[in-house]
Design a protein around this ligand. Structure first.
Ligand code: SF4
Length: 949
């Protein structure tokens, strides 16, 4: 320890920027000789979750190859720190099984036969098809379906330039329910908790270890804890996060809203709410509930009415529903009240994405923030829109004129995002067809429920004309595509990223490391694939070139949006696209860059990130701009309007911007819910999930009086389903896994590759003495899967659990597959819609360009559970409700590990039962959905109205 070099070059974390051009480290492989290695450090942005942490690529100056990735200390959100998945980017870019060239199928869809093709062939084939579809008025037959989004706005811009309503996303299997709960309160559909400055933090699910904005939030939760904040975690599972908490509240899944409302009752009954805040900043005067009309009544009368309304949510009732002790509920409620404006929380997946009515916990959680006045405050709950920065681009196309019913069908008028997981069922029902389909870093066959219905759709050339999978890796979905197009990882592409990571706004720049370095050295390249491995392209350049292929002479009006803003009529380059944005729409960046003698683009290439502002609290209290006030009027309810559109609200005689809701206030009372046929849910409420014990009883013909069939269909078990009824928790993830892309990150897979069935010892006994390692058969409504048991006390009794992100499989033994992470399977359709899968061979060592693949020591790829789940569209948010009611038994003599069976005829029947719960449009005035609720790639207003409803 004494002979370290004084300049710290032997071992250091977060090298200072001035040393990035020539960073020196000792070569670990040469030890004990002291051999120096020289690196160029280039910043980019991680692509392995949505957090967008800053990476530094260490490029070996001798070989020109990226040797490793570490954290970028100049990135304001991640501050030089990463989770395990960031550095694992090195595995992904050097993975010998990755997709390197554009490939075209040479056999039937799904037959696993491929030949290499050219980018020119891809552009011409798709350009011609899309041009024809648009010219024939079939633009809605062109669909882009995104799994992992990489950047903000460029696809919205591209699709609107094409004039089509064709954006599909994965959001309705991810976060739609939480989003609806938040947006009903304040339009913004995500929270941005100020964890670092909080006094009390409440997390629903394992947020600290694997949740939304994982690393940036986790480090700030720890900052908060180190400054004295208490942490409470509501999660049926003893996650790593729960193990760090002051209070672990293992709720029975789906009962979280009951606990949150019991906390609200404590705060209300003990008069510990912030009356000034509630009076000023909620729309309490519009409230109508239990025969009480607040209009014309006093604020005190309202509070008494609220107390009466929530009187049923005693801590004892919440304990009975959830299993969390009443005294813990009371204690945490009081601590939340004491924290007051410094109460922070987060809810994203977990209870929201698992349960029927999963949007209610977000609505109930926000009630706690409203009562404590912790909205917009330091240490409190802020809005994502206040902490996320999306810059403007040049020449923005107008909104499209059409409405695509395959994306936003009339049954779910309040869904926050596209009903993407129902696409196979929509096509089966004859609602439309798709001429050109792009899946982008998206693997629905594996990550979605009901994957066999996806396979049936993807194989059907009548319903699906042409399918390109844009992907860095081979996947279960890519095998059924017509083209597999290699796209880049973090260090191989451009993107702009910004997320609500803390109390500030920032922008990060993902960039192709090799290209940047070589251009710094004076070389010039037309396209990024000329510097990437193989012919791995980046999407920005792909979409620009495809747009030119669709409209080569500009006559369709499309090409103009993909021409240079500096060189009229010439093709737009990525330098011009980002250069224009950095020059014109990132406040403060040009000035900061100038101080260093750099252009804004050079600055972003140098540092990789820029903090735009720290002025983010209480944006609702900003005065309405003078230009907006001129010619405005104040309506009877205090809303300031201009030309019929709300622009602000009067608060204590001042016109301030407020929130983007109809009342411009926080909507305690949602008139939208009443207007759209859900009058029973105008206030935050609790209703029982589809996996509630009463629903379990109903499924075996023992419905008690607390089962309410109005809100949930009764499970119809397949004839051969045996075993005890349980709730399966399928949506937690191990912190080092990345959906499909962990499959080509060998270090991550080495750490986590099994997903056994978690069983509490109490249940293990009930099931006949189950021991860890026993083979179990889990029946869902549409089939079954077989896996090993893991007996653990880290899960509340009555529930079993299985991690997603594992159970990869492949049809080909060796070619076009990820061998390290998947089992080779025999997949058969044994009857119409009846699918059977059996593992032939699991993971084992193999020869490849990477010598380490011979050292693969694990022999388990996990079991694919999601494919055995039917779809469960929440009737209001549209979210897939992931939790499953299952029957669990010991596996039989014929069952083998990894066996899977599914009947898609049953899955279609389940879809129809759930669809029947919805209350379809039209809403007021013949609308498809409320005008004030955001919509991805929003069409023009006229498209919101159903013609002849
Ligand atoms: S949290 Fe981890 S995976 Fe996500 S962006 Fe940061 S380093 Fe990458």
């Amino acid at each position: 320890m004494t002979d370290f070099k004084r300049d710290g070059s032997h071992l250091a974390y977060c090298p200072p920027v001035e040393k990035w051009d020539d960073w020196v480290e000792l070569d670990a492989e040469a030890w004990p000789r002291r051999v120096e290695k020289h690196y160029s450090l280039v910043p980019t942005v991680c692509f392995n979750c949505e957090s967008a942490c800053g990476l530094l690529a260490y490029v070996d100056k001798e070989t020109g190859k990226v040797a490793k990735f570490e954290g970028n200390p100049m990135h304001p959100a991640s501050r030089g720190r990463l989770c395990a998945k960031g550095p694992a980017t090195i595995n992904q870019i050097h993975d010998p099984d990755r997709v390197l060239y554009p490939m075209k199928r040479s056999g039937a869809r799904g037959a696993g036969k491929w030949t290499r093709t050219s980018w020119e062939d891809v552009l011409q084939t798709f350009g011609t098809r899309i041009r024809k579809a648009i010219q024939e008025g079939r633009g809605e037959e062109v669909m882009y379906h995104v799994g992992r989004p990489g950047h903000d706005f460029i696809m919205e811009r591209t699709l609107q330039a094409w004039g089509i309503d064709g954006h599909n996303s994965h959001t309705n299997v991810c976060s739609s329910s939480a989003r609806l709960g938040y947006l009903l309160w304040h339009y913004a559909d995500r929270p941005s908790p100020d964890h670092a400055n909080a006094r009390f933090i409440l997390l629903l699910s394992a947020h600290l270890e694997s949740g939304h904005y994982f690393n940036p939030h986790a480090q700030r939760i720890i900052d908060g804890k180190m400054a004295g904040a208490k942490l409470a975690v509501m999660d049926p599972r003893l996650s790593n996060t729960a193990s760090m908490a002051d209070y672990w509240m293992p709720t029975y899944p789906g009962t979280e809203a009951a606990v949150l409302l019991a906390m609200a009752k404590v705060i209300l009954d003990e008069n510990r709410f912030d009356a000034t805040f509630v009076k000023n900043w909620t729309n309490w005067e519009e409230l109508e509930v239990d025969g009480f009309k607040a209009k014309g009544q006093s604020f005190d009368a309202l509070m008494e009415a609220l107390k009466k309304h929530y009187a049923q949510f005693t801590p004892q009732f919440a304990e009975k529903e959830s299993g969390v002790k009443a005294d813990i509920i009371v204690k945490t409620a009081r601590e939340i009240a004491t924290a007051g404006s410094r109460f922070a929380s987060h809810l994203w997946r977990g209870s929201a994405s698992g349960n029927l009515g999963g949007w209610q916990p977000a609505r109930a959680l926000m009630l706690l923030h409203v009562l404590t006045g912790s909205v917009g405050t330091e240490g409190g709950h802020n809005l994502n829109a206040w902490n996320k920065f999306v810059p403007k681009t040049f020449k923005v196309p107008p909104p499209q004129k059409n409405w695509n019913e395959l994306l936003y069908p009339q049954e779910w008028p309040l869904c926050t995002h596209e009903m993407s997981f129902l696409l196979p069922h929509f096509l089966k029902e004859g609602r439309g067809r798709i001429e050109a389909y792009f899946t982008r870093v998206f693997n629905p066959v594996w990550t979605y429920p009901d994957g066999f219905s996806w396979i049936e759709m993807l194989r059907d050339e009548e319903k699906l004309g042409l399918h390109a999978a844009l992907t860095p890796t081979w996947s279960e979905t890519a095998w059924f595509a017509d083209y597999v197009l290699p796209m880049g990882f973090s260090s191989e592409r451009h993107d702009l990223m910004s997320q609500e990571s803390y109390a500030g706004k920032w922008i990060g720049f993902r960039q192709p490391v090799n290209r940047v370095l070589r251009e710094r050295g004076g070389e010039k390249f037309e396209y990024t694939y000329q510097t990437n491995p193989g012919e791995v392209w980046e999407e920005d350049e792909f979409w620009i070139n495809l747009s030119w292929a669709i409209d080569p002479d500009g006559s369709m009006g499309i090409r103009q949006y993909f021409e240079s803003p500096y060189r009229p009529g010439q093709k737009l380059t990525v330098d011009e696209y980002y250069g224009w944005i950095f020059d014109n729409s990132v406040p403060g960046l040009p000035e900061t860059a100038k101080k260093e003698g750099l252009t804004p683009l050079q600055y972003m290439r140098r540092y990789g990130a820029f903090e735009v502002t720290r002025d983010v609290y209480k944006q609702n209290e900003k005065p309405v701009a003078a230009a907006q006030l001129a010619g405005s009027k104040v309506e009877a309810n205090g809303v300031v309007t201009k030309a019929g559109k709300p622009v602000g609200v009067m608060i204590e005689d001042q016109a301030v911007v407020g929130y983007n809701t109809p009342s411009r206030k926080l909507e305690l009372f949602s008139k939208t819910m009443a207007d759209w046929k859900w009058p029973e849910f105008t206030l935050p409420e609790y209703y029982r999930s589809h996996i509630h014990r009463s629903a379990q009883a109903a499924s075996v013909g023992q419905a008690g009086e607390d089962f309410d069939a109005k809100y949930m269909p009764v499970v119809d078990w397949p004839k051969d389903a045996r075993g005890e009824v349980y709730t399966l928790l399928p949506i937690f993830r191990l912190p080092n896994l990345i959906h499909t892309r962990s499959g080509n990150a060998k270090f991550l897979y080495e750490i986590s590759h099994k997903n056994p069935l978690w069983v509490n010892p109490v249940d293990a006994k009930k099931l006949g003495g189950i021991r860890t390692g026993d083979l179990m058969k889990v029946h869902t409504e549409i089939g079954y899967f077989v896996l090993h048991a893991w007996v653990t006390e880290g899960l509340t009794p009555g529930v079993v659990a299985c991690s997603h992100h594992l159970g990869r499989w492949r049809i080909n033994k060796e070619d076009q597959v990820e061998r390290m992470s998947s089992a080779w399977v025999d997949l058969k359709e044994v009857g119409k819609g009846q699918w059977k899968m059996r593992q032939i061979e699991s993971v084992s060592p193999y020869e490849s360009a990477d010598p380490e693949t011979k050292r693969v020591w694990w022999s388990d790829a996990g079991v694919h559970q999601d494919i055995t789940f039917p779809v469960h569209p929440d009737p209001i948010s549209g979210m897939h409700c992931w939790h499953q009611m299952v029957r669990v038994e010991k596996a039989g003599a014929d069952d083998r590990y990894g066996d899977i069976f599914v009947d898609t005829n049953l899955s279609f029947a389940v879809y129809q039962r759930w669809k029947a719960l919805a209350r379809p449009a039209p809403g007021p005035g013949g609308l498809r959905r409320p005008l004030w609720i955001p919509r991805v790639v929003r069409p023009e207003e006229a498209a919101f109205y159903i013609k002849n409803p």
